[in-house]
Design a protein around this ligand. Structure first.
Ligand code: SF4
Length: 455
């Protein structure tokens, strides 16, 4: 099965007043950082569903010509990322299937923990799978257990079936010809937010995707873990399918994945990263002249480190905004090559300086090695690495691209070995203990599995 971390966006025009395709394209553009391999939209005009999707980023798939041709009063959209290079068209979402003469569509963010087992069970019963994505299990589950045409299925029954049979993680959008369903698993691994304006209702993986609405006109909230939202006949209906309260919010969303201007799990992402940087400064002080962020993802943490240590923040590395994030690129060689395309050292800032280089996390260490090399080539006197999260020592089973343990630099090497390998003067992390102490009672609500050993 593929591991995915993706972006979801849904739009519903109240009283069928306008075509929502433009809104969904805008929403997907705001979520582009969550997936760059494919983009797709499924739309309903109230009587039929049409789907348009393709490989590549949103602007490439939805050119002006395409955007003009697709129409519907409500619909769902998806941007997709997969880790193992299996980015073929067949896996692009929304996944639209026809049953009893009606199409319905699914867009999924996460990875289904029991996906392999479920797939084997369905194959034993004679089911055929067209994709290699575990998302396809959901339509099989629904058509095998619900009677009548898809548009007649009760939303709460859909939610109960998924909750009882599909393991986490999922934040889901389902489109039927007469309604949209948004559903978040009871652990709440992946974020999902709801927005209502005078004319429309919207759902997105991150609330920053609603920023194109003036704040005063929009009511925004997180969809709760285990909560299902039905959007039908211009109204929002909420069902609590599972209220177990055993939350496992993905802490890595805060560390790296989400946009800094998003609010997820009741926290602003930028402010959380700033606090993590400050924690790192308290736990791992070092004498230096400047703090330099690894742009862009390390900026908030570096700001926090700088404020807490009283060492000035300087732009020692410039980022080329037109090159994609290296972590999100599944091709390893591309990732290595990408560092020099992406980051450019500012010699006048870093020459003869003792530098604290701050980044959000270290996964393989490939990128960091090249960055330290660039800083030294440009005259840095010392380079002290400070990582504003705990060591990543374990892989993820719930939908974030973290490679096998053998590839994780912190899983296989000691601090001294990492320092030598990266050619740094020192390297330190925020300890998991310090992080939990900071989060206090909220620590119980987060997943930290990739920061811990074991299975
Ligand atoms: S293991 Fe890490 S990346 Fe995966 S869900 Fe947990 S915190 Fe997130």
């Amino acid at each position: 099965m593929l591991m995915e971390n993706c972006g979801l966006f849904a739009a519903y025009s109240k009283e069928n007043k306008y075509n929502v395709s433009g809104r969904i394209i805008e929403g997907l553009l705001a979520l582009q950082h969550r997936g760059q391999e494919s983009a797709g939209i499924a739309l309903s005009d109230g009587s039929k569903i049409t789907t348009y999707k393709g490989k590549g980023v949103v602007n490439r798939v939805f050119t002006k010509d395409v955007a003009r041709k697709i129409n519907g009063y409500f619909g769902i959209g998806h941007v997709r990322y997969s880790i193992n290079g299996f980015s073929n068209y067949i896996n692009a979402q929304p996944l639209s299937v026809k049953y009893k003469g009606e199409f319905f569509s699914i867009a999924h963010n996460g990875q289904i923990e029991n996906g392999n087992k479920l797939k084997e069970e369905y194959e034993e019963k004679g089911s055929i799978f067209m994709t290699t994505s575990d998302t396809e299990l959901i339509p099989h589950l629904l058509v095998n257990n619900l009677k009548g045409v898809p548009s007649s299925w009760e939303s709460s029954n859909i939610g109960k079936l998924i909750d009882q049979n599909i393991g986490p993680s999922y934040s889901l959008l389902l489109l039927f010809k007469n309604k949209i369903i948004a559903f978040r698993d009871s652990y709440g691994y992946r974020p999902l937010a709801l927005c209502e304006t005078k004319n429309g209702i919207y759902v997105a993986s991150e609330d920053s995707a609603f920023k194109f609405f003036p704040t005063k006109d929009a009511t925004i909230r997180e969809i709760n873990p285990g909560e299902l939202i039905e959007i039908k006949d211009g109204k929002v209906k909420s069902y609590f399918i599972n209220s177990s309260n055993k939350h496992k919010y993905c802490f890595f969303e805060h560390v790296y994945f989400a946009r800094p201007d998003s609010n997820i799990f009741d926290e602003n992402v930028h402010l959380m990263r700033e606090k993590l940087g400050a924690l790192c400064a308290q736990e791992n002080p070092v004498e230096a002249d400047i703090v330099v962020p690894v742009m862009d993802s390390g900026f908030s943490a570096a700001l926090g480190y700088s404020k807490a240590s009283n060492i000035p923040l300087e732009m020692g590395l410039m980022r080329n905004k037109y090159v994609g994030r290296t972590f999100i690129d599944p091709d390893v060689e591309e990732r290595k090559m990408g560092v020099r395309r992406k980051l450019s050292p500012v010699k006048e800032v870093i020459e003869n300086k003792r530098i604290i280089l701050v980044d959000d996390s270290i996964v393989r260490g490939t990128t960091m090695k090249h960055i330290v090399k660039m800083l030294r080539e440009n005259g840095a006197k010392q380079v002290h690495l400070r990582i504003a999260s705990p060591k990543v020592v374990n892989t993820c089973h719930w939908g974030v691209d973290i490679p096998t343990q053998e590839e994780l630099i912190c899983a296989t090497k000691s601090i001294d070995e990492i320092k030598d390998l990266l050619n740094a003067d020192s390297i330190e992390f925020v300890s998991l203990e310090k992080l939990k102490e900071f989060l206090n009672s909220k620590k119980q609500e987060y997943c930290f599995k990739c920061f811990q050993g074991g299975n």
